[in-house]
Ligand binder design. Structure first.
Ligand code: GUE
Length: 295
């Protein structure tokens, strides 16, 4: 058996189409959603990612601003930049690209963002709202994963979901979303005993550990739905390539469906960033929220 491919790239085109259509309706009322991205320092991978976000934001009809600050930016200067964006009514979404240089306190920066503009969903208020089942800004990567899972499986209730990885940006919010869907959720990580056996129980396996090809096919329950969040740049046969946290070639023989890397979760993350910016704009103006783009 060969797993069905979950085409995140095609799905993201659909999501961005829905966002664009809603943005066009807002334009008729003179409202344009706007996203500000703050990048501190020069990381080639981050710059590519920020550029792609800018392009896709404008393609959806929204405003996009990029603030590139030098690597030695002070905490005070970064906090002042965030405060200025908080105060700007044209800015509906603020994203501070992570990780920040080591001398900066990223928790303080994130918690200084106006929670209603926190399109990453990383502010403690949004984390708490999500954890208590209240309306929140939901982190983009887990939101994209949930959209793909619902699209493929419909009702998720009662399914065994295993999330491998316990980061604040993916593992923990993913577990909260799956709990909200009434899955039986296990959060596993590098210290988990007999990780293989834990993974084999999963009807839904979400891999978000950041270790290239860590999960082989024989850890996967036949027919399971596998979401591979990992984007690992490795060099192999003298060239660099992207691979996931799942060993795709063996997993595809066992799983029922699987996301590829690239072309899986990554494009959905950006699409959900646009969706969150639109949602934040609608909330700011007291307008109805887009359907199918929030949880
Ligand atoms: N505050 C903050 N929020 C983020 O959401 C955030 C961040 N910081 N820091 C960096 C990571 C990384 N990230 C990616 C999103 C999409 C792709 C993506 O679309 N990847 C393509 C491949 C791109 C390529 O070829 O390099 C794919 O998977 O198909 C990659 C990486 C968001 N991040």
């Amino acid at each position: 058996m060969t797993a069905e491919l979950i085409d995140g790239k095609a799905f993201s085109v659909r999501v961005r189409g829905l966002v664009g259509a809603h943005v066009a309706r807002l334009a008729a009322q003179g409202i344009v959603p706007g996203l500000a991205v703050v990048l501190v320092g020069e990381d080639p991978a981050s710059e590519v990612y920020v550029r792609n976000k800018g392009i896709q934001t404008r393609e959806a009809g929204m405003n996009s601003w990029e603030y590139k600050l030098p690597a030695d930016t002070s905490q005070e200067a970064l906090m002042a930049q965030v405060a200025a964006l908080n105060a700007d009514p044209a800015v509906h979404g603020i994203l501070v690209q992570l990780p920040l240089p080591k001398h900066l306190d990223s928790e303080a920066v994130i918690n200084a963002i106006d929670p209603s503009k926190d399109v990453d969903g990383f502010h403690i208020l949004n984390v708490g709202l999500l954890g208590t089942g209240q309306k929140a800004m939901v982190p983009c990567t887990p939101l994209g994963c949930l959209m793909m899972l619902r699209d493929r499986l419909g009702d998720l209730s009662g399914l065994n979901a295993v999330v491998v990885g316990r980061s604040n940006i993916v593992g923990k919010p993913m577990a909260q979303l799956l709990l909200g869907e009434s899955c039986t959720v296990t959060v596993a990580h590098s210290r988990t005993r007999d990780l293989a056996e834990v993974c084999r129980r999963a009807d839904i396996l979400v891999a978000a550990v950041g270790r290239p090809r860590m999960i082989p096919g024989d850890w996967i329950k036949p027919g399971a739905t596998v979401i591979d969040v990992g984007i690992n740049r490795i060099s192999e046969d003298g060239r660099t390539r992207l691979v996931g946290d799942v060993d795709f070639d063996s997993a595809v023989q066992v799983a029922g469906a699987i996301t590829p890397v690239p072309g899986g979760v990554g494009p959905m993350t950006i699409a959900c960033l646009l969706a969150n910016t639109l949602t934040a704009c609608c909330r700011a103006h007291g307008l109805p929220e887009p359907e199918g783009l929030t949880v």
